[in-house]
Write a protein that binds this ligand. Structure first.
Ligand SMILES: Cc1cc2nc3c(=O)[nH]c(=O)nc-3n(C[C@H](O)[C@H](O)[C@H](O)COP(=O)(O)OP(=O)(O)OC[C@H]3O[C@@H](n4cnc5c(N)ncnc54)[C@H](O)[C@@H]3O)c2cc1C
Length: 242
């Protein structure tokens, strides 16, 4: 098994790893587990499931079902976790976000993945290897890198929002996950997909005075999600590099 080690060069300790995984969300954890399974000891840098803990409201339910899981080997699945906890999948439909976060913790433990709680600040290529600098200042030399930083850094806010509204009057759904502050408020939600309607419901439950949802597409029919389109795309990700 390839193991991460510490290398001492120029008076500096440098972690040396065959595989650096940046991010410890579902993709980072799934990649790390699969790597371990095939004998590669990865170095995983990030905060486990941070996006799920910090950018999703605790009352949220998932749209994906119990058949979605993190294990490429199909062993430590969400269904297996529910079975171990004695939870009937029918009773966990839809899946509360906290249950999926707990499953991810269980999966991480089962897969023996240790996560280094840090952030990668810089990544460059040197002498055929990758060199990463962490926020803590530590350096990592990696043969291969899997980048799984998720969508947190790619929030898009239309220009007109910041131009027309003062900062205390608007939020992006990734930053507003506690709704108490909007109790009694009149709220306009711009956008009409999952986050929009999920936030509308949570705001109503929290006691917002009025909620309007505006969007440019037809009103969703709120039918159970059909995810079959994903299978073909997933197959392509492994057969078409890049
Ligand atoms: C409202 C909402 C509802 C959703 N519902 C579902 C659902 O029902 N089912 C479903 O499967 N998916 C759902 N998703 C999508 C799901 O959140 C993403 O598909 C999933 O989180 C992607 O996993 P990831 O590992 O790529 O990224 P993330 O979960 O975003 O994890 C990335 C991690 O990398 C860390 N990171 C970022 N930069 C660095 C760095 N430089 N160094 C180290 N770490 C870094 C981040 O802090 C984060 O912890 C939903 C998303 C939203 C917003």
């Amino acid at each position: 098994m390839s193991v991460s080690s510490i290398e001492h060069t120029n008076g500096e300790n440098r972690l040396r790893t065959p595989l650096l995984v940046i991010g410890a969300g579902p993709h980072g954890l799934a990649t790390a587990a699969y790597a371990r399974r095939v004998g590669i000891e990865p170095l995983v840098v990030g905060q486990p499931m941070a996006f799920w803990r910090e950018s999703m409201p605790s009352g949220m339910f998932l749209r994906s079902g119990a058949d979605w899981h993190l294990d490429a080997a199909k062993e430590n699945t969400l269904i297996a976790y529910l079975q171990e906890r004695g939870i009937d999948p029918v009773d966990a439909d839809p899946i509360p976000v906290w249950l999926f976060i707990e499953y991810a913790g269980w999966f991480q433990e089962k897969a023996g993945i240790e996560v280094t709680p840090d952030l990668v600040r810089d990544l460059s290529r040197k002498d055929g290897r990758f060199e990463a600098t962490l926020q803590s200042g530590r350096r990592v030399s990696a043969e291969t890198v899997v980048v799984a930083p998720g969508i947190t850094h790619f929030t898009v806010v239309p220009e007109w929002v910041e131009e027309n509204l003062s900062p205390e009057h608007w939020s992006h759904t990734s930053t507003i996950i506690n709704f108490e502050q909007l109790r009694g408020a009149r709220v306009l939600i711009i956008g009409g997909r999952q986050s929009a309607f999920e936030w509308a419901t949570l705001l109503a439950e929290e006691g917002a005075d009025a909620i309007h949802v505006v969007h440019r597409h037809d009103t969703p029919d709120f039918a159970p999600a059909d995810w079959s389109f994903v299978d073909g795309l997933m197959d392509l990700t492994s057969s078409v590099p890049g």
